[in-house]
Write a protein that binds this ligand. Structure first.
Ligand SMILES: [Zn+2]
Length: 348
């Protein structure tokens, strides 16, 4: 008998719906579309569901300044407001944000303790732009960074690799670990673009020098270019670092139909990226992989992108679906970018 019939897990809690603002691209309709498709395809029943609890305040302070956390809570209780022009807080946002971080932590707990082999947190608000003392870019708390700290301080892991394939640079994650050699950060992102950070020369500092790899991209790189970048840059970077756990900031806004960006990925491309990452985790760290939802603002893209990611986690990427198809435009040559980043990071 198979002792672990559902090796892939997911975390979801409807409290995420409290954080919403009509007309804002990062609203509760995003996950409603995702959950409806997963339900329709029977995937929710095919995975383990891990219960979600709020991140405790004590753990939140491992990444965030107490005064910032107080500010978010006070804004919520005062009826809402904005952390920056893009980033809203409404009554319930604080609870949703605590649960969004807690959900990824629950997936990480399940993966590290062996209850699951890998998994995904299907929660929002997203987190990769959140700084220790400031929310920005639709992000309140730094979900992935918090999960990395929990993996280290609760579970005793030493080396965590964070892969960020959201089309925007994960400036918050980078800032939190920029001088930390124990958490490596790999990011592909359109550049120059919001939030403006993520130059190839930004590689970390002090003891963390070399453990940040930024891959800034021109528009339209597409599936083939992204796979080359993963094969030629991410895999050697990961092999050199030898992580004990991999976390992913999975945005779906690098798809060619996303309204906010234009990197040219297809829905099958996301399945391929996810299966590459799964293979890296299988090679480096006994499969230990936890994925967090970040951006993605075309709801069809988001739904199928998440589904294809989960199928890849389960080793069933052959079942991935793409009702939209690939873009029609030509892709730019990325040889120079790959060569430059190999030189900056001393990769053969
Ligand atoms: Zn994004």
């Amino acid at each position: 008998m198979n002792p672990n019939p559902n090796p892939t897990c997911f975390a979801y809690d409807a409290v995420e719906q409290l954080h919403t603002l009509p007309g804002h691209p990062e609203n509760r309709e995003r996950l409603q579309s995702v959950m409806a498709l997963l339900e329709d395809r029977g995937l929710l029943d095919a995975m383990q569901a891990v219960p979600v609890s709020s991140v405790p305040r004590s753990q939140l302070h491992w990444v965030h300044a107490p005064a910032y956390v107080d500010h978010v809570q006070a804004l919520d209780e005062a009826g809402g407001g904005h952390l920056d022009p893009d980033t809203y807080v409404v009554p319930g946002s604080y609870r949703a944000a605590l649960a969004s971080a807690g959900a990824l932590i629950a997936v990480v707990d399940a993966v590290i303790t062996g209850k699951a082999r890998n998994g995904m947190s299907l929660m929002r608000p997203p987190g990769h732009h959140a700084l220790p003392d400031r929310g920005m870019g639709f992000c309140l708390f730094a979900n992935v960074a918090l999960a990395a700290r929990v993996a280290q301080r609760v579970h005793g892991l030493e080396r965590i690799l964070i892969i960020d394939w959201d089309v925007h640079h994960g400036n918050g994650t980078e800032a939190i670990f920029y001088d930390d050699p124990t958490v490596a950060f790999f990011s592909t992102h359109q550049y120059p673009y919001y939030p403006g950070t993520g130059a190839a020369e930004d590689v970390g500092q002090g003891p963390g020098r070399g453990t940040t790899m930024n891959v800034p991209l021109p528009p339209g790189v597409g599936d083939h270019g992204y796979l080359r970048i993963f094969d030629e840059l991410l895999i050697p970077f990961a092999m050199r670092f030898q992580p004990e756990l991999i976390l992913v900031s999975a945005g779906y806004d690098a798809h060619w139909q996303d309204p906010l960006a234009s990197e040219g990925l297809s829905l099958l491309g996301f399945a391929q990226l996810a299966s590459r990452v799964r293979d890296v985790a299988e090679t480096c760290c006994a499969g230990k992989l936890a994925i967090a939802l970040e951006g993605g603002y075309n709801r069809t893209v988001l739904s199928y992108g998440v589904m294809n990611t989960l199928l890849a986690l389960m080793g069933e990427e052959a079942g991935a679906e793409d009702p939209i198809g690939p873009p029609a435009y030509a892709v730019p040559d990325i040889d120079d970018i790959i060569t430059r980043i190999k030189r900056i990071h001393h990769l053969a």
